[in-house]
Design a binder for this molecule. Structure first.
Ligand code: TYD
Length: 217
């Protein structure tokens, strides 16, 4: 058997999850900067998105004005966007030794479509297993936030105006169910989850993330 010693070590697949307004994008950027300053190659990306077709699906599923989208169609649109993203972007990057930091992944579908929309976690997990070919994150960082705090932060970030996409427009009890769903997913997968209180300050959060990821590198 010959081993190709020139093949790079596979990159880490790091995912940030949490309710709307949890501050994921700030921590994604900080984590990327930290890894790059340590000499690593990093790709930051988001779901739905990351390829042309996935960004177009993002607009279709999130923007108002495309008429009614039933729950199954919504789940399949997220899964289709994810399939393209995994095949075209995430797997090639990981194979090339690049660490991939992704803002949301399958667990968002399990929480929002499986629990929030009531499709059931198992059904949504099944279509996502097909979409991803079974790719799982090496680490998932959950920024836990209440529905009310998430909404206040979103409003603060948009200069006091409530600009909500189709999912953000759902009432607080929908977002509370999403929050509980993420906590349950974390409890079921303790080996890959780090759960943080999103109301802690940015530096405190980042240092806990750095400690957790250092253990995996
Ligand atoms: P996000 O990019 O976090 O929103 P923004 O950065 O604009 O605040 O996520 C977009 C929305 O899509 C968010 O409300 C969660 C929802 N979503 C799902 O319902 N299922 C999914 O699988 C994903 C990835 C996102």
């Amino acid at each position: 058997m010959s081993i190709n010693s020139s093949a790079p070590a596979r990159g880490l697949f790091i995912v940030f999850e949490g309710g709307d307004g949890a501050g994921k994008s700030t921590q994604v950027q900080r984590t990327s900067q930290w890894l790059q300053s340590a000499g690593a190659t990093v790709l930051t990306t988001r779901e739905p998105g990351g390829t042309q077709i996935s960004e177009e699906l993002r607009s279709l599923v999130l923007d108002h004005g495309h008429g009614e989208i039933d729950a199954r169609t919504e789940a399949l649109m997220y899964a289709a966007a994810r399939a393209a993203h995994v095949q075209q972007v995430i797997i090639p990057a990981l194979d090339a030794g690049t660490h991939v930091i992704c803002d949301r992944f399958v667990d968002s579908s399990l929480a929002y479509q499986g629990v929030g929309r009531g499709l059931g976690v198992d059904a949504v997990a099944a279509i996502n297993s097909f979409a991803t070919g079974g790719l799982h994150p090496d680490a998932t960082i959950l920024l836990d936030i209440s529905a009310q705090d998430g909404r206040s932060r979103r409003i603060a970030n948009t200069g006091g105006i409530e600009e909500s996409d189709r999912l953000e427009s759902e009432p607080d009890d929908f977002h509370e169910r999403i929050r509980m769903a993420f906590k349950e997913l974390a409890a079921e997968n303790p080996q890959r989850y780090l759960v943080l209180d999103a109301t802690e300050d940015i530096e405190q959060l980042q240092s806990q993330i750095v400690t957790h990821l250092t253990g995996l590198l």
